[in-house]
Design a protein around this ligand. Structure first.
Ligand SMILES: Cc1cc2nc3c(=O)[nH]c(=O)nc-3n(C[C@H](O)[C@H](O)[C@H](O)COP(=O)(O)OP(=O)(O)OC[C@H]3O[C@@H](n4cnc5c(N)ncnc54)[C@H](O)[C@@H]3O)c2cc1C
Length: 97
């Protein structure tokens, strides 16, 4: 059943999360000294099989930033990873349709 087409489609929480990540409107990935990486920050459908790859990239970038001289490494981490993660989440969603 498609539901009433005049009403906006109700999305489940995980679908809302995906749409927000893909649009770059998700919540911040860090608070204080705590940071989320991998699926906890930007889980996506497994359609293009890139979730673990994104997780490994996150770890490498985070390690680089934490051992460098970046003034706010956790904010820099989010800024640096978001465009790449968005592209992957968008592509995964497209393939689901
Ligand atoms: C069917 C399927 C196929 C996939 N195929 C691919 C693929 O081919 N290539 C690819 O790159 N990716 C693939 N993925 C995606 C990939 O598996 C995930 O993106 C990746 O495992 C995410 O790693 P993570 O460390 O962020 O999270 P997870 O692997 O989920 O690790 C989180 C860990 O935290 C533990 N945990 C949770 N809560 C707590 C708690 N309160 N206390 C302590 N521990 C806790 C969990 O038990 C788990 O071990 C696939 C996913 C699925 C579902």
């Amino acid at each position: 059943m498609e539901g009433d087409p005049r009403r906006p489609r109700q999305r489940r929480p995980h679908q809302q999360h995906l749409v927000r990540v893909a649009a770059g409107r998700g919540p911040p990935w860090h608070r204080g000294r705590t940071v989320l990486i991998g699926d906890a920050a930007h889980a996506c459908p497994p359609t293009i099989a890139q979730g673990a790859a994104m997780c490994l990239e996150d770890a490498a970038v985070l390690a680089e930033l934490l051992t460098g001289r970046t003034p706010d490494p956790l904010a820099a981490f989010h800024a640096r990873r978001l465009p790449r993660v968005r592209a992957v989440v968008e592509a995964s969603i497209q393939l689901c349709r």
